[in-house]
Design a protein around this ligand. Structure first.
Ligand code: ZN
Length: 291
């Protein structure tokens, strides 16, 4: 498992699903394979020679000031889902989490950047015919705005009853804290409002000992959006706001020594944003340029 040190903060990636490349049409309406191939910098990590895109679904475990924070909980096992590769998934996520040194009972905080199907799944697991909290010793942080939007959701987006099986049981168990979108989790870790993909979407900022990082959430789904900030996916609930938020994000972190950890970026999953013409690229090793 990949991990990064940001000052005193350690970030460890736990991958649930990655590997097979997908057609750009899976994410973007108007991106062709030829379009992907024009961005040579995406190869070999984020695209292949045929213009298909590599993606990943993973969690980041953030260790800060003695806290263990899981950021996003992926798809989860056993859940009825309409995406074929996600339906009643049987994956080793919890075993991998434990093998990385984080048994579920050791997690004290769970943060979902937003309430989509691939970010809340492991909040719960099936037990005795119902969904029960996976992280029994954790407080689950949800942005208040996000819950206000999704509280009445009954799976109308066709993904399955995501809220009913993976969020509401946490609320009902009294394990949820509804927080503001700039909530400070530790002295080194806090939330940053990045709405558009969903109304209460947040990113996660890290700053420690002069080192900085940011976990994107779904501000971007793929690094090709660094080159094309206006590319939006079918999953952005407010495409125009998502576009503004993405551009602001790229301006805020471009050409600065802030490690960008991509929530759906394929390995190496992280890099620095460097301006390139009128847009940006993600560089795995920018130290020579940034000094
Ligand atoms: Zn997502």
């Amino acid at each position: 498992m990949a991990s990064w040190q940001v000052g005193n903060v350690r970030v460890t990636q736990i991958i649930e699903l990655s590997g097979a490349p997908v057609s750009p049409k899976f994410l973007f309406f108007d991106v062709t394979k030829e379009h992907v191939c024009r961005h040579g910098w995406l190869r070999p990590h984020y695209a292949n020679d045929e213009g298909k895109l590599f993606m990943s679904i993973h969690a980041f475990v953030v260790e800060s000031e003695g806290r263990r924070i899981v950021v996003d909980t992926c798809v989860g096992n056993d859940k009825p889902r309409t995406v074929p590769g996600w339906n009643r998934l049987q994956g080793p996520f919890l075993a991998d989490l434990a093998a990385a040194g984080y048994p579920p009972e050791s997690i004290d905080t769970v943060l979902c950047t937003h309430m989509h199907v691939d970010h809340v799944g492991w909040n719960t697991r099936w037990g005795e015919g119902t969904c029960v909290p996976t992280f029994v010793n954790a407080r689950y942080l949800f942005a208040r705005k996000e819950w206000e939007h999704f509280a009445g959701d009954r799976g109308e987006d066709g993904m399955g009853d995501v809220i009913g099986d993976s969020v509401r049981p946490i609320i009902d168990a009294g394990l949820a804290d509804l927080v503001e979108s700039d909530h400070q989790i530790t002295g080194e870790v806090w939330l940053e409002a990045t709405p558009g993909h969903t109304p209460g979407h947040v990113s996660v900022r890290i700053k420690s000992q002069g080192s900085e990082a940011v976990i994107t959430g779904d501000v971007m789904h793929h690094p090709i959006q660094c080159s094309g900030p206006d590319l939006h996916t079918a999953f952005d609930l407010d495409p125009e706001q998502a576009r503004r938020t993405r551009r602001a994000f790229l301006l805020r972190y471009g050409d600065r020594p802030v490690l960008v950890l991509g929530t759906h970026f394929a390995p190496p999953a992280a890099g620095w944003l460097l301006s390139a013409g009128e847009a940006w690229q993600l560089a795995a090793n920018p130290l020579s340029k940034l000094g």
